[in-house]
Design a protein around this ligand. Structure first.
Ligand SMILES: Nc1nc2c(ncn2[C@@H]2O[C@H](COP(=O)(O)OP(=O)(O)OP(=O)(O)O)[C@@H](O)[C@H]2O)c(=O)[nH]1
Ligand SMILES: [Mg+2]
Length: 403
């Protein structure tokens, strides 16, 4: 059955993975539920006032949909040879659909995460990627002789042969097919050179593990020069600037009643600010001591005003963008968008699927193995199970069970 998308947080020790994860609802030390902001189908159907998700929330058509995050710790140079937690992290990685590489751009930790100064974090992007590639390549090369022989003996096609090897990384035949399409290789698999195999593994890694770079610790004075270095090497679309510690700090202060903070925004108000703006009683906020006041001022200057937010919320939406996640809304009744059971609420459920997912896959994800009679889409029109779901197309579906 198709699984829920999973986003893996990777990065060297002390880069800020756990701090980033902490911003979300943690299930255990390694896992958390993040909330992805999407536009809900209720908005385009004008029923936002009756939209009440079973999980997450929906405010005026802006819906937060739960998505699972995994902290993949223990990654150091040489991990593919068993250094650090070695292959343990690589095994965790298999389950991830996209990666968030948390990079410490303060330059105060070396490749092993030990305290230093002036370290160039662009190196981390290079070696971490190479650890993943070398791990996959190593596993493949170990068996290449017999893979090749079998391939020739049974006259297999390259997609099937490679998928046999890559399924353990959570790959599908489509992933492998896309990888090979990009490369446009001329030679048959049995004649691939080590360089060709290397380029196949590289392309597969891109395809299987699309990566967002969360440049973390932007509150640090040395961050600027490191950020511009990395910005020159990477696609700007794949970069998000963030300060996980600032997000954690602001949320803590908000919870304790010291500030009013709109999550993911640049807006932080203290009691003084609110009084100044004419809000009686300062919004009921507590008085801040000088030390806290200075910390908040610094945080505004170093992070919020310069970058527009702490960036942590954006990390998740960028990863979802990269994955091309499509929110699909299964409903019992395609005309009223309800869930049946006498309730007046609409769009109770929403599942996130990867781009290219078919109506059939969505049905299996929602209904399991229940026999499917037919599927209704918008306005009650029948939809073929082979159709692809997209935002705004085949994304509100009613699955009819029966034979
Ligand atoms: N200045 C600054 N420090 C941060 C930030 N985020 C995390 N830190 C600090 O960096 C240190 C390491 O953070 P963790 O979140 O534990 O790092 P980790 O990636 O989980 O590390 P491991 O679990 O060892 O792999 C802690 O002392 C954090 O307080 C940030 O945005 N700015
Ligand atoms: Mg940690």
């Amino acid at each position: 059955m198709p699984r829920d998308p999973l986003i893996g947080l990777v990065g060297k020790p002390s880069s800020g993975k756990s701090t980033t994860l902490n911003r979300f609802t943690t299930i255990d030390p390694q896992r958390a539920i993040g909330y992805l902001q999407i536009s809900c189908a209720c908005a385009r159907h004008g029923v936002s006032d009756r939209c009440k998700p079973n999980y997450g929330a929906c405010v005026q058509g802006k819906r937060s949909v739960p998505i699972e995050l995994l902290d993949v710790a223990g990654l150091v140079p040489g991990a593919h040879e068993g250094k650090g937690l070695g292959n343990k992290f690589l095994d965790d990685l298999r389950h991830a659909d996209a990666l968030v590489h948390v990079v410490d751009v303060s330059g105060t930790t070396d490749a092993e995460g030990k305290a230093t100064r002036g370290y160039d974090p662009s190196q981390d992007i290079v070696w971490l990627r190479s650890e993943i590639v070398r791990w996959i390549e190593g596993n493949l090369m170990e068996k290449w002789g017999s893979i090749k022989r079998r391939h020739v003996a049974i006259k297999a096609n390259p997609v099937d042969t490679l998928q046999n090897q890559f399924s353990g990384y959570g790959s599908t035949s489509q992933t492998v097919a896309r990888t090979l399409d990009h490369l446009k290789l001329k030679e048959p698999l049995e004649h691939w050179s080590p360089e060709t195999i290397s380029s196949v593994v590289n392309a597969f890694t891109d395809e299987k593990f699309p990566t967002v770079f969360a440049l973390n610790k932007i509150d640090h004075p040395d961050a600027d020069k490191n950020i511009s270095r990395i910005a020159k090497m990477q696609d700007p679309q794949s970069i998000v600037l963030c300060s996980a510690i600032s997000e954690v700090f602001l949320r803590k202060l908000a919870k304790q009643g010291f500030v009013r903070y709109v999550e993911g925004s640049e807006f932080v108000d203290t009691r003084e600010d609110l009084l100044e703006m004419g809000e009686a009683d300062g919004g009921g906020l507590k008085e801040l001591d000088e030390k806290l006041k200075t910390r908040i001022e610094n945080l505004k200057d170093m992070v919020l005003y310069r970058f527009g937010s702490t960036g942590v919320v954006q990390v998740l939406s960028r990863a979802a963008e990269l994955l091309g996640l499509v929110p699909v809304f299964p409903v019992r009744n395609i005309h009223g968008f309800g869930s049946g059971a006498g309730s007046n609420f609409v769009f109770r459920d929403c599942v996130l699927v990867k781009k290219g997912t078919t109506v059939r896959d969505c049905a299996r994800k929602v209904m399991g193995d229940a026999p499917l009679a037919y599927v209704e889409g918008a306005e009650g029109v029948r939809v073929s199970e082979d159709e692809i779901v997209e935002v705004g197309k085949n994304d509100v579906l009613s699955f009819k069970v029966g034979r």
